[in-house]
Design a protein around this ligand. Structure first.
Ligand code: C5P
Length: 408
């Protein structure tokens, strides 16, 4: 594409209710100077007529691969070559499945196989369909292949439910398609995350643990994958299921978590320690259940390895992010912890009064050497996305200010 002209955009529309929002996208793309050609799936025509897109784009709309007359004009290969960028909005679960499988059973999927242009998807579907392991798997496969994603957003859905699956707004799609910022801020990066509590056995039936649910770490893992990263999640015993489509390693004790982390860390570009690791474990674990014979029982505890500090001491090391759960003096404690453990960033939680642990929502104040940002109370999924965007931003800035490549 020469830089002087606006890109030729091939807009694919698949069959979902969000198809009506694609009309607005065409208008905005044309306002931006783009030539837009629309290819619809058969199902899409049940939601918006081809005539609507034809009027808005000022170009003929294509649907069929085996349309001899249309193919004699600009055939599917010529269409694939013509496009500087392909955007599919909405991209339904079915369309994502067909693209992931490499099918070419209609014009849109055929053009996607035949084009060398970058492809951007704006997924839109019911939240249960979006979370289904089949869709998660297709999403991950497409990301791996370099297909980029914008959204979906979280909110009210046409089906009356609330959750992730709303198509991104046309303005966001436009920004993702034409804006300078990378669509997937962690594309190609490998992110290692710890989550949940650890369990330190006292005897075969009792253990020391804490109130961590693992929710924040799981939200971070999902957000990192959405941001294009290859994710590994190492987690202690959690009540919630490990996220589908993400490599995860289940451990129980801090020592096991440390071992798993040190094994995986050489392959990581970013390490996020979201686990609430038990600071101490019983010096000995009784092989038999302890009997209540005495009035008092003294357990001797010994320090567990500090996984985060160990990772931060490695050379070379990844970009290291810690969490600080504090009940008082949040800022002072977080800053002290960041310096003492040599972190690149620390996310501080106020856990006084039962806040943060096990809850759906949370607020964070994030510190890095020379800066801080406050994220107000919001669902952990949104918070995770915001934190990862900040991590990506900091990585870019750290890199830009480094005179040489340090291996990070
Ligand atoms: O010092 P403190 O335990 O408050 O530090 C919290 C941070 O350190 C969290 O990011 C937690 O995941 C990490 N941590 C760790 N290993 C430990 C203790 C804490 O990785 N043994």
């Amino acid at each position: 594409m020469d830089n002087a002209r606006s890109p030729n955009i091939l807009l694919g529309v698949s069959g979902g209710i969000a198809a009506y929002k694609a009309c607005e996208l065409v208008r905005r793309l044309r306002d931006a100077g783009c030539v837009v050609r629309v290819v619809m799936t058969r199902a899409a025509t049940a939601f918006v007529t081809p005539l609507t897109f034809q009027a808005l784009s000022g170009q003929p709309v294509r649907m069929d691969l085996l349309d001899a007359e249309a193919e004699s004009g600009m055939d599917h290969i010529a269409l694939a070559r013509w496009a500087d960028r392909v955007v599919i909005a909405p991209a339904t679960a079915d369309l994502m499945a067909r693209l992931a499988a490499g099918l070419a059973d209609d014009l849109l999927t055929t053009v996607c196989l035949a084009t060398e242009a970058p492809i951007l998807l704006a997924p839109a579907m019911n939240r249960v369909m979006w979370e289904h392991p089949a869709t998660r798997g297709n999403h991950a496969r497409l990301l791996e292949r370099g297909v980029r994603m914008v959204g979906p957003d979280t909110g009210g859905q046409a089906c009356g439910e609330h959750g992730a699956g709303r198509m991104a707004e046309p303005a966001s799609i436009l920004q993702a398609l034409l804006g300078g910022a990378p669509l997937l801020p962690l594309q190609g990066r490998r992110v290692l995350i710890t989550a949940g509590p650890t369990r330190e056995a006292i005897d075969p039936v009792r253990f020391i643990a804490n109130r961590s649910s693992g929710r924040m770490g799981v939200a971070l893992a999902e957000a990192a994958r959405e941001a294009g990263a290859e994710v590994c999640l190492i987690h202690g015993p959690m009540a919630l299921p490990a996220p589908a489509g993400i490599r995860n390693i289940a451990v129980e004790t801090a020592a096991e978590m440390a071992q798993a982390v040190l094994q995986e860390i050489p392959a990581a570009d970013v390490f996020i320690a979201a686990a609430a690791v038990a600071d101490y474990r019983p010096r000995t674990t009784s092989a038999q259940k302890l009997k209540k014979t005495a009035d008092t029982l003294t357990l001797e505890l010994v320090r567990n390895p500090d996984i985060l500090a160990q990772v931060a001491a490695l050379e070379p090391r990844p970009f290291v992010v810690g969490f600080a759960a504090e009940t008082e003096n949040l800022r002072a404690h977080a800053l002290e912890k960041m310096q003492r453990k040599h972190l690149d960033m620390i996310a501080a939680n106020d856990v006084s009064g039962g806040r943060a642990f096990g809850t759906e929502d949370n607020a964070l104040t994030v510190f890095w050497p020379g800066g801080e940002r406050r994220f107000p109370e919001q669902p952990k999924a949104l918070l995770a996305r915001a934190l990862l965007a900040l991590i990506a931003e900091r990585i870019e800035e750290t890199r830009a200010s480094e005179p040489m490549e340090t291996g990070r």
